[in-house]
Write a protein that binds this ligand. Structure first.
Ligand code: FMN
Length: 191
Protein backbone atom coordinates (compact mmCIF):
# COMPACT_ATOMS: atom_id res chain seq x y z
CA UNK A 1 0.00 0.00 0.00
CA UNK A 2 1.26 3.46 -0.84
CA UNK A 3 0.27 4.74 2.61
CA UNK A 4 2.55 2.15 4.27
CA UNK A 5 5.47 3.36 2.17
CA UNK A 6 4.69 6.99 2.94
CA UNK A 7 4.38 6.29 6.67
CA UNK A 8 7.65 4.35 6.75
CA UNK A 9 9.42 6.96 4.67
CA UNK A 10 10.62 9.04 7.60
CA UNK A 11 13.76 11.15 7.70
CA UNK A 12 16.19 8.51 8.97
CA UNK A 13 19.46 9.82 10.32
CA UNK A 14 20.99 6.70 11.92
CA UNK A 15 21.91 3.63 9.90
CA UNK A 16 23.72 0.31 10.09
CA UNK A 17 26.78 1.58 8.26
CA UNK A 18 28.04 -1.97 7.67
CA UNK A 19 25.14 -2.59 5.27
CA UNK A 20 26.52 -1.13 2.07
CA UNK A 21 24.30 0.13 -0.75
CA UNK A 22 25.37 -0.84 -4.24
CA UNK A 23 25.71 1.53 -7.18
CA UNK A 24 23.12 -0.67 -8.97
CA UNK A 25 20.58 0.09 -6.23
CA UNK A 26 21.20 3.81 -6.59
CA UNK A 27 20.81 3.51 -10.35
CA UNK A 28 17.38 1.96 -9.78
CA UNK A 29 16.41 4.77 -7.41
CA UNK A 30 17.59 7.51 -9.77
CA UNK A 31 15.68 5.75 -12.53
CA UNK A 32 12.50 6.28 -10.48
CA UNK A 33 13.35 9.98 -10.13
CA UNK A 34 13.95 10.12 -13.88
CA UNK A 35 10.28 9.28 -14.51
CA UNK A 36 8.78 11.99 -12.29
CA UNK A 37 6.97 15.16 -13.45
CA UNK A 38 9.17 18.07 -14.51
CA UNK A 39 8.25 21.70 -15.12
CA UNK A 40 8.11 22.19 -18.93
CA UNK A 41 9.47 18.63 -19.01
CA UNK A 42 12.88 20.27 -19.10
CA UNK A 43 14.35 17.54 -16.82
CA UNK A 44 17.25 19.60 -15.50
CA UNK A 45 18.07 17.33 -12.56
CA UNK A 46 21.30 15.34 -12.62
CA UNK A 47 22.74 13.10 -9.94
CA UNK A 48 26.09 12.22 -8.49
CA UNK A 49 26.06 8.94 -6.59
CA UNK A 50 28.40 8.06 -3.76
CA UNK A 51 28.73 4.53 -2.37
CA UNK A 52 32.37 3.91 -1.49
CA UNK A 53 33.34 4.31 2.20
CA UNK A 54 36.20 6.62 1.19
CA UNK A 55 33.91 8.97 -0.71
CA UNK A 56 31.13 8.76 1.93
CA UNK A 57 33.72 10.01 4.44
CA UNK A 58 34.26 13.07 2.29
CA UNK A 59 30.54 13.86 2.02
CA UNK A 60 29.53 13.37 5.64
CA UNK A 61 31.34 16.39 7.20
CA UNK A 62 29.61 18.70 4.72
CA UNK A 63 26.14 17.95 6.15
CA UNK A 64 24.20 19.31 9.13
CA UNK A 65 21.88 16.94 10.93
CA UNK A 66 18.62 17.47 12.83
CA UNK A 67 18.82 21.17 13.67
CA UNK A 68 16.20 20.86 16.42
CA UNK A 69 18.31 18.30 18.33
CA UNK A 70 20.82 20.73 19.79
CA UNK A 71 22.58 18.08 21.89
CA UNK A 72 23.15 15.74 18.94
CA UNK A 73 26.03 16.18 16.49
CA UNK A 74 24.69 13.75 13.91
CA UNK A 75 25.24 10.03 13.46
CA UNK A 76 28.35 8.52 15.01
CA UNK A 77 30.80 6.30 13.11
CA UNK A 78 29.02 2.97 12.53
CA UNK A 79 25.63 4.69 12.18
CA UNK A 80 26.46 6.97 9.27
CA UNK A 81 24.86 6.76 5.81
CA UNK A 82 26.20 4.04 3.52
CA UNK A 83 25.46 6.03 0.38
CA UNK A 84 24.51 9.45 -0.90
CA UNK A 85 22.69 10.79 -3.91
CA UNK A 86 23.71 14.36 -4.64
CA UNK A 87 20.90 16.07 -6.53
CA UNK A 88 22.21 18.65 -8.98
CA UNK A 89 20.51 21.23 -11.17
CA UNK A 90 21.99 21.55 -14.64
CA UNK A 91 22.08 25.32 -15.27
CA UNK A 92 22.68 24.69 -18.97
CA UNK A 93 19.13 23.26 -19.09
CA UNK A 94 17.28 25.53 -16.64
CA UNK A 95 17.93 28.42 -14.28
CA UNK A 96 14.97 27.62 -12.06
CA UNK A 97 14.35 24.04 -11.02
CA UNK A 98 10.79 24.68 -9.80
CA UNK A 99 9.40 21.89 -7.60
CA UNK A 100 11.13 19.15 -9.60
CA UNK A 101 13.68 18.44 -6.81
CA UNK A 102 11.03 17.74 -4.18
CA UNK A 103 9.05 15.43 -6.41
CA UNK A 104 12.18 13.56 -7.45
CA UNK A 105 13.58 13.30 -3.92
CA UNK A 106 10.39 11.91 -2.40
CA UNK A 107 9.99 9.41 -5.23
CA UNK A 108 13.57 8.24 -4.83
CA UNK A 109 13.08 7.85 -1.07
CA UNK A 110 9.86 5.90 -1.47
CA UNK A 111 11.79 3.55 -3.73
CA UNK A 112 14.45 3.22 -1.04
CA UNK A 113 11.84 2.36 1.59
CA UNK A 114 10.36 -0.27 -0.71
CA UNK A 115 13.83 -1.86 -0.80
CA UNK A 116 14.12 -1.90 3.02
CA UNK A 117 16.37 1.15 3.03
CA UNK A 118 15.66 4.69 4.16
CA UNK A 119 17.17 8.11 4.09
CA UNK A 120 17.03 11.80 4.67
CA UNK A 121 16.89 14.84 2.41
CA UNK A 122 19.49 17.38 3.47
CA UNK A 123 19.50 21.01 2.37
CA UNK A 124 21.87 22.27 5.05
CA UNK A 125 25.08 21.58 3.15
CA UNK A 126 28.53 23.14 2.92
CA UNK A 127 28.00 23.40 -0.81
CA UNK A 128 31.29 24.83 -1.93
CA UNK A 129 33.34 22.31 0.06
CA UNK A 130 31.18 19.47 -1.28
CA UNK A 131 31.64 20.80 -4.80
CA UNK A 132 35.36 20.77 -4.33
CA UNK A 133 35.69 17.31 -2.71
CA UNK A 134 33.44 15.68 -5.32
CA UNK A 135 34.81 17.80 -8.17
CA UNK A 136 31.34 18.92 -9.27
CA UNK A 137 31.63 21.31 -12.24
CA UNK A 138 30.29 24.88 -11.81
CA UNK A 139 27.55 24.21 -14.37
CA UNK A 140 25.69 22.14 -11.75
CA UNK A 141 23.92 23.74 -8.81
CA UNK A 142 24.04 21.56 -5.71
CA UNK A 143 20.38 21.29 -4.69
CA UNK A 144 20.10 18.56 -2.05
CA UNK A 145 21.95 15.60 -0.66
CA UNK A 146 19.92 12.45 -0.05
CA UNK A 147 21.60 10.28 2.58
CA UNK A 148 20.74 6.58 2.39
CA UNK A 149 21.29 3.38 4.28
CA UNK A 150 19.71 0.63 6.36
CA UNK A 151 17.88 2.55 9.12
CA UNK A 152 18.39 1.59 12.76
CA UNK A 153 16.15 4.28 14.21
CA UNK A 154 12.80 3.78 15.90
CA UNK A 155 10.48 6.40 14.46
CA UNK A 156 7.25 7.52 16.11
CA UNK A 157 4.75 9.52 14.08
CA UNK A 158 2.49 11.52 16.33
CA UNK A 159 -0.10 14.26 16.14
CA UNK A 160 0.70 17.90 16.85
CA UNK A 161 -0.84 18.72 20.20
CA UNK A 162 -2.81 21.73 21.38
CA UNK A 163 0.48 23.57 22.08
CA UNK A 164 1.15 23.55 18.32
CA UNK A 165 4.70 22.18 18.78
CA UNK A 166 6.07 20.82 15.49
CA UNK A 167 9.69 20.13 16.53
CA UNK A 168 10.78 16.52 16.37
CA UNK A 169 12.30 15.15 19.57
CA UNK A 170 14.04 12.07 20.96
CA UNK A 171 12.94 10.06 23.99
CA UNK A 172 15.46 8.59 26.47
CA UNK A 173 15.60 5.35 24.42
CA UNK A 174 16.49 7.46 21.36
CA UNK A 175 13.08 6.89 19.73
CA UNK A 176 12.61 9.74 17.25
CA UNK A 177 9.20 11.43 17.49
CA UNK A 178 7.81 13.42 14.57
CA UNK A 179 4.65 15.49 15.15
CA UNK A 180 2.39 15.93 12.12
CA UNK A 181 -0.57 18.29 11.95
CA UNK A 182 -4.04 16.77 12.08
CA UNK A 183 -5.84 16.20 8.78
CA UNK A 184 -8.73 18.35 10.01
CA UNK A 185 -6.29 21.23 10.48
CA UNK A 186 -5.08 21.00 6.88
CA UNK A 187 -8.36 20.91 4.97
CA UNK A 188 -9.54 24.49 5.14
CA UNK A 189 -12.66 24.25 3.07
CA UNK A 190 -14.97 21.57 1.77
CA UNK A 191 -17.57 22.86 -0.66
C1 FMN B 1 13.75 20.41 1.77
C2 FMN B 1 14.17 19.66 3.00
C3 FMN B 1 15.40 19.92 3.57
C4 FMN B 1 15.83 19.21 4.69
N1 FMN B 1 17.09 19.45 5.19
C5 FMN B 1 17.51 18.73 6.27
C6 FMN B 1 18.85 18.91 6.76
O1 FMN B 1 19.64 19.68 6.24
N2 FMN B 1 19.22 18.15 7.82
C7 FMN B 1 18.39 17.23 8.42
O2 FMN B 1 18.80 16.57 9.37
N3 FMN B 1 17.11 17.05 7.96
C8 FMN B 1 16.66 17.76 6.91
N4 FMN B 1 15.39 17.56 6.41
C9 FMN B 1 14.50 16.58 7.05
C10 FMN B 1 13.40 17.25 7.87
O3 FMN B 1 13.93 17.70 9.08
C11 FMN B 1 12.25 16.22 8.10
O4 FMN B 1 11.59 16.01 6.87
C12 FMN B 1 11.26 16.68 9.15
O5 FMN B 1 11.87 16.73 10.41
C13 FMN B 1 10.03 15.77 9.24
O6 FMN B 1 10.42 14.45 9.47
P1 FMN B 1 9.91 13.32 8.48
O7 FMN B 1 10.64 13.52 7.18
O8 FMN B 1 10.26 12.02 9.14
O9 FMN B 1 8.44 13.52 8.31
C14 FMN B 1 14.97 18.25 5.28
C15 FMN B 1 13.73 17.97 4.69
C16 FMN B 1 13.34 18.65 3.57
C17 FMN B 1 12.00 18.32 2.92
Amino acid sequence: MLKDLVVHNRSYRRFDQSVRVSPATLHELVDLARLTPSSRNAQPLKYSIVTTPECCEKVFPQLSWAGYLKEWDGPVEGERPAAYVIMLGDTNIAKDFSIDPGIAAQTLLLGAVEKGLGGCILANIKREVLRSVLEIPAQFEILYVIALGKPVEKMVLETVGSDGEIKYWRDPQQGHHVPKRRLADLILAEK
